[in-house]
Design a protein around this ligand. Structure first.
Ligand SMILES: Nc1ncnc2c1ncn2[C@@H]1O[C@H](COP(=O)(O)OP(=O)(O)OP(=O)(O)O)[C@@H](O)[C@H]1O
Ligand SMILES: [Mg+2]
Length: 249
């Protein structure tokens, strides 16, 4: 049963270290390979916690979790190697000496392995990924000098260079202007179509659910309160209580 799904969570509950109450609970989520899913919900609903539980960054305290058919708790590193995770809150040190191309290359470290040198193929993937997000011209720029939106695109190139089987994207549009939002939305649709990657995207804004997305999960106070096909969610009455003009109330 669990092997039919690329992500399989059963009654998952996650408690942060030192805390008593779970931040997410009764999480039952089954995702098939190649699905494109959006997770939506107000601040503090547990969206980021859910993504970090999926890729093993946060250990769940009860329930069962399998990703790629492997138990998450025992296979965190293996799972993370194949999973591209774009984090929501990042800070760049303006003095950091790393160039954009180095940051994108660091996405391939799991593929290259320690003590191995980068190959021509690795660089090809780096250039290709930077091209996809429209950031080739920034290759030799120090990453600390980028704007928030530019850095977000470099981080997206980094997870693409990783050639992941699952993309977990936490608010990938949050720092982008309208033109960049459309550009990245088109890119995500294209990548999903071409490579059939499983995509899980967290968003606040219903108007920025990419068109390839076929299923929406709504979270509230640590629970999944809705999980249905995009059309059903968007046309449901319940959603009108949560969103106003496509934006969370
Ligand atoms: N390290 C932590 N220790 C304790 N509690 C935490 C920790 N990180 C997050 N929380 C709490 O867990 C809850 C869920 O947080 P989470 O970041 O998953 O929400 P979110 O849905 O991603 O919100 P947002 O839309 O603001 O990003 C919040 O109440 C938050 O305060
Ligand atoms: Mg979050």
């Amino acid at each position: 049963m669990k092997n039919n799904y690329i992500i399989y969570l059963e009654n998952i509950e996650t408690i942060y270290e030192g805390e008593k109450l779970p931040v997410i609970q009764n999480i039952n989520l089954k995702i098939k390979s190649g699905e494109f899913i959006a997770i939506i919900g107000p601040n503090g609903a547990g969206k980021t916690t859910l993504l970090e539980t999926i890729n093993g960054l946060l250990p769940y305290t009860s329930g069962k979790g399998f990703v790629y058919g492997k138990e998450v708790i025992k296979n965190k590193l293996d799972i993370r190697k194949e999973t591209g995770y774009l984090i929501q809150n990042f800070e760049i040190d303006p003095q950091t000496p790393f160039l954009c191309k180095d940051i994108v290359m660091s996405g391939r470290s799991g593929k290259i392995g320690i003590f191995k040198l980068t190959t021509k193929k690795d660089w090809e993937k780096v250039w290709y990924s930077m091209g996809l997000v429209g950031m080739i011209d920034f290759a030799n720029r120090p990453v600390g000098k980028l704007s928030g939106g530019e850095f977000q695109k470099i981080l997206l190139a980094r997870v693409l260079a990783q050639q992941p089987r699952i993309l977990l994207l936490d608010e990938p549009f949050s720092n982008l202007d309208f033109t960049s939002k459309i550009q990245i939305e088109t890119l995500l649709n294209r990548i999903h179509e071409k490579h059939n990657i499983t995509v899980v995207i967290v968003s606040h804004d219903l108007s920025f659910v990419p068109s390839s997305c076929d299923r929406i999960i709504v979270m509230e106070k640590g629970h999944i309160i809705m999980d249905d096909a995009k059309e059903n969610i968007l046309s449901s009455e319940k959603i009108d209580n949560i969103f106003q003009n496509g934006v969370l109330k």
